[in-house]
Design a protein around this ligand. Structure first.
Ligand SMILES: [Zn+2]
Ligand SMILES: [Zn+2]
Length: 263
């Protein structure tokens, strides 16, 4: 499996992806907002885009569909419940569906509500798995729930699906928000040395050659995976003195999400 991460350099800091079968050159485009860059990258490498997947219905993920499909004839795939929210879906995805790319690539559709209620992540069936996480999981952060989502479901997605993936899973998010997210982690957990060294490393990184994290690294630097951390909990009590003595991980997650909304 070849993964081409396409940095759009737009104000929203979107990442688009091409996932390619090295044997046949067939490619699947994930959220190809910057259709010019995606089509150019495919052409330069001799790849044929045969499928487009939208992780969810937001315009900064679907806005390149028409141009890519007009140029390539690709089929459009998205969450089955996104029918009516995204025009022209050829295949609605449910949990466990397998998407084949060429001869060698298999991607599993994960039903991951929270950022919106019709959001899919793609998990590759490769020796080292890769997760294309859209706006659900960012490097060192979690998606917001302002535009059609719910924090309860986002928590459930994190706790019951993402946290259980293999530690070596590569994380390919829909946006480059890592620097700001690491600053939030350090605000919540000032002694997190791994987050501080990572921030020093990536603060001025070229997003055209962005760091690709793993789930293991996320568990060290992503506050939304550190719900039992004593410092995170103590700092949360400073912000919300009314919190009960016994704090469950879900409440910690929801309060962190609330703080992040206005941070
Ligand atoms: Zn979104
Ligand atoms: Zn987005």
């Amino acid at each position: 499996m070849i993964v081409e991460q396409v940095w759009t350099a737009n104000d929203y800091r979107n990442f688009n992806y091409l996932i390619v079968c090295p044997e046949t050159g067939e490619a699947l485009a994930v959220d190809p907002l910057d259709h010019n860059k995606c089509l150019t990258a495919a052409k330069a490498n001799g790849w044929q885009i045969t499928q487009v997947v939208n992780t969810h219905e937001h315009q900064d993920h679907t806005g390149g569909n028409d141009a890519v499909i007009a140029a390539t004839g690709a089929k459009l795939l998205a969450h089955a419940n996104a029918v009516g929210k995204i025009d022209g879906i050829d295949r609605g995805l449910v949990a466990g569906d397998i998407i084949k790319v060429g001869k060698t690539v298999e991607l599993e559709s994960l039903d991951t509500p929270g950022h919106t209620m019709s959001h899919v992540c793609l998990l590759s069936h490769t020796d080292q798995p890769a997760l294309f996480s859209g706006d659900t999981l960012f490097n060192a952060g979690a998606g917001n729930c302002h535009h059609g989502g719910h924090p309860n479901e986002l928590y459930t997605t994190f706790a019951t699906q993402l946290a259980k993936l293999p530690d070596e899973t590569l994380i390919y998010p829909g946006h480059d928000y890592i620097a700001n997210n690491l600053r939030f982690t350090l605000d919540r957990e000032p002694g997190n040395e791994r987050a501080q060294t990572l921030l020093d490393d990536i603060d001025n990184q070229d997003p055209n050659a962005a760091l690709v994290s793993t789930l293991a690294l996320e568990k060290e630097v992503n506050t939304f995976f550190r719900l039992q951390n004593p410092t995170v909990i103590a700092r949360l009590r400073e912000a919300f003195p009314e919190l009960p003595e016994d704090l469950d991980p879900k409440t910690v997650f929801l309060k962190l999400r609330e703080l992040r909304n206005s941070w």
